[in-house]
Design a protein around this ligand. Structure first.
Ligand code: HEM
Length: 320
């Protein structure tokens, strides 16, 4: 092949690049010469990915359950990837922030619509059997889900609502003692934590506390206020954050709740959840009223959180 001026120019640039680092370009050219061509399957570690499904029982539908959890965790990872880009940006603008929150909304939109894979995608009888082999594991123990919440809002918003006023100025450690999900998995009569909760805290508490401290001034709520104070136009950002609030705190919980109803509801007694929560009281958004951005909603919308208006709001053009 002819060494055209373009190729010579590229070689000169490469030479400069390696020389600047005290490296020998010709050794790197040898590397190129001997390296294998990249394949699709190696690049995305396909064989590893497809080897990560290890059912505990012979019921075929258990694989669906495992894979859909894994798909969801990958979407959570995509979300956290965007959260980090926003929080670590050296010169954050409302435009960048808005674009990244739009991406997160696209991920959650996919998660909400695909939850049907769980709701009607497994045989109930198989589910009720294989779930007994999974005790006391529960999706409740999704660390990434909790990290998304920490990145999205001021930590005090995640404190149980009965303790929020009292702990407004308390240390992060004191607030963490009263994070809302600890109450979900505590036996009311004895006050004892479920095993699901104990194991979850043992594994993740340090990581959560570190993340809360790292995001104290760079969670989405704090960053929104900062940009607003700087005089940036935050109108579009507010729309995307409202959508995010609905995705994470209403729509996803509602699609998820539908699956709990399909598999666990049984007259007159509900089948116990694997994580031991009173799921009928714990999962529906209207009871928890988790809201990341109360300053972006009207009092009426907050009062009606998790009820019909949300779906209406979503159908309006400014929410689609
Ligand atoms: C048939 C499907 C499912 C059923 C019946 C179900 C049921 C439940 C129940 C009853 C809880 C309450 C905690 C407990 O006591 O265990 C829970 C919590 C949770 N599950 Fe699922 N789940 C299903 C699928 C999923 C999937 C696919 C994910 C994806 C990661 C997931 C993630 C979560 C999370 C993050 C929580 C905590 C929610 C919160 O704190 O508000 N679940 N699930």
């Amino acid at each position: 092949m002819e060494l055209t001026p373009e190729i010579k120019d590229k070689l000169d640039k490469l030479q400069e690049k390696y020389a600047a680092m005290g490296q020998d370009m010709s050794a790197y050219l040898d590397g190129l010469l001997y390296a294998d061509f990249l394949t699709y399957w190696d690049y995305i570690h396909l064989d590893t990915l497809l080897s990560l499904q290890s059912p505990k029982t012979p019921f075929p539908d258990e694989e669906i359950f495992i894979m859909y959890h894994q798909i969801t965790e990958l979407y959570f990872k995509l979300t956290l990837h965007e959260c980090a880009q926003i929080a670590q940006h050296q010169n954050l603008t409302a435009k960048f922030f808005t674009e990244r929150v739009k991406r997160i909304n696209a991920y959650f939109s996919a998660l909400v619509s695909s939850f049907e894979v769980m709701v009607n995608g497994m045989e109930r009888d198989q589910f009720l059997k294989f779930r007994m082999s999974l005790l006391p594991a529960s999706g409740f123990q999704s660390g990434q889900y909790r990290m998304i919440e920490i990145c999205a809002t001021d930590f005090i918003r995640l404190v149980d609502k009965s303790k929020r006023d009292e702990l407004q100025s308390a240390s992060i450690e004191a607030q963490f003692e009263h994070i809302y999900w600890k109450f979900g998995a505590t036996e009311l009569a004895s006050g004892k934590q479920t095993l699901t909760l104990k194991q979850f805290i043992n594994k993740y508490a340090d990581q959560f506390l570190k993340l809360v401290k790292d995001r104290q001034y760079t969670n989405f709520s704090a960053l929104y206020h900062k940009l607003e104070e700087e005089g940036q136009d935050v109108t579009q950002l507010a729309t995307e954050l409202r959508k995010l609030d609905l995705h994470v705190n209403v729509e996803w919980p509602l699609s998820h709740y539908k699956s709990a109803v399909r598999y666990l509801e049984r007259d007159p007694i509900d089948i116990a959840a694997t994580g031991g929560t009173n799921w009928q009281k714990y999962l529906p958004p209207r009871f928890q009223k988790r809201i990341f951005y109360p300053f972006l909603w009207t009092e009426e919308q907050i009062a009606e959180w998790g009820k019909g208006w949300v779906m209406e709001a979503l159908n309006k053009s400014n929410f689609t």
